[in-house]
Design a protein around this ligand. Structure first.
Ligand code: PAF
Length: 281
C-alpha cells in the first residue's frame, strides 16, 4: 500500500482517504462522494479494528460484508484503491502485545469515551496506521462520530501530520435516523422509535438558539425526548464545548457547542449529535 501511495503521489495525484469498518451504507457513500470532490485519487479502507472494541462490545458480531462492500464501491465508481489489511498484518504481535498507542487523555473523559474506555486510543492508533499505510493528503470522516472527528483533528495538529481533515455532515434516513452499520440490528419497532435521537438533538439546538442558557434544562428536554420512545435506554445526553469536549453548564454568548446523545435499543447502541452556536448577546 505504501509503495502504491508513493507511486500515485509521484505521478502528481492528490490522495483522499476514506477509512471505514466496511458494511457500507449511504453515510459512507456521502463520504466517498466528498472525497471525489476533494481529490483526484480516492482510497477506501475496510478494516474492523479490534482495538477500538471493548471486551463486552460487538467486535465478533460486527457486520462484515466484504464482497458486498466491493460491489457497492464498484457501483459508486471513482474509487481507485481499497485497502483491507488482515488483523495480523496490522497487529503482527497481536493486539495484546501492541506497545505504542496514540492517546488524548483530556479530551477522552466525556461523551462516548466515558462509556467506552480505550475506544478512542484504538481509533486514534489505527487511523495513524492507516495514514502511514495510505499516505493521504486528505482524510474524510463523518461528523456523526463527532468526538472521533475532533480527536483526529487534534492528533493531526499535535503530531504535525500534513493531512487536511474534511468532516462530512451526517447522512440520514427519511425519518431523521442517522445511517449506521448497526441500524440493521434494530427490529422494525426499534428502528421507528430510533428517530428520537435526531429529534432530541434538534430540540436541543432549537432551545439554545431561542436563548436558553441552562444546560440542565436543555439536557432534561433531550432526555424527555429520548424517553418518549419506550424501547430506548438512554446512555447520555450532553452539552459539551466543541473544542475541548468538556461539559458546559452555563451557556453564554458565542459558545460553540455540541448537543450529543447515546441511546441503546436492546443491545444496539446508537449515537447522534448536532453542532450549535449560542446566539450573540
Ligand atoms: O468511523 C469508523 O468507522 C472507525 O472508527 C474508523 C475511523 C474507520 C477507525 O477504525
Amino acid at each position: 500500500m505504501q509503495a502504491y501511495a508513493d507511486k500515485t503521489r509521484t505521478q502528481g495525484h492528490t490522495l483522499a482517504l476514506v477509512p471505514t469498518m466496511g458494511s457500507l451504507h449511504e453515510g459512507h457513500v456521502s463520504l466517498i462522494r466528498r472525497a471525489k470532490e476533494e481529490a483526484d485519487h480516492v482510497t477506501v479502507t475496510i478494516f474492523v479494528n479490534p482495538t477500538q472494541f471493548g471486551p463486552h462490545e460487538d467486535f465478533d458480531s460486527y457486520p462484515r460484508n466484504f464482497d458486498r462492500d466491493c460491489a457497492i464501491l464498484a457501483d459508486i465508481g471513482g474509487v481507485h484503491a481499497v485497502f483491507a489489511p488482515t488483523e495480523s498484518a496490522f497487529y503482527p504481535e497481536g493486539t495484546d502485545h501492541h506497545q505504542v498507542w496514540v492517546t488524548c487523555p483530556e479530551m477522552t473523559k466525556f461523551l462516548c469515551a466515558r462509556n467506552r474506555p480505550g475506544h478512542f486510543e484504538g481509533v486514534l492508533t489505527v487511523v495513524m496506521k492507516l495514514f502511514a499505510a495510505c499516505k493521504p493528503h486528505i482524510g474524510v470522516f463523518g461528523l456523526k462520530d463527532i468526538q472521533q472527528f475532533i480527536l483526529l483533528k487534534k492528533m493531526i495538529h499535535d503530531l504535525s501530520l500534513d493531512i487536511k481533515m474534511v468532516g462530512v455532515p451526517t447522512a440520514r434516513e427519511a425519518s431523521g435516523l442517522a445511517y449506521s452499520s448497526r441500524n440493521e440490528y434494530l427490529s422494525p419497532d426499534e428502528r421507528l422509535q430510533a428517530r428520537v435521537l435526531s429529534k432530541a438533538v434538534i430540540v436541543a439546538t432549537e432551545l439554545i438558539k431561542n436563548g436558553e442558557t441552562s444546560s440542565q434544562t436543555v439536557r432534561d428536554l433531550m432526555k424527555k425526548t429520548i424517553q418518549s420512545a419506550p424501547l430506548s435506554r438512554l446512555q447520555y445526553a450532553e452539552i459539551v464545548d466543541s473544542n475541548t469536549l468538556h461539559p458546559i453548564e452555563d451557556l453564554s454568548s458565542g459558545m460553540e457547542l455540541i448537543a450529543a446523545v447515546a441511546v441503546y435499543f436492546g443491545e444496539v447502541r446508537l449515537i447522534d449529535n448536532a453542532l450549535v452556536s449560542v446566539p450573540l448577546d
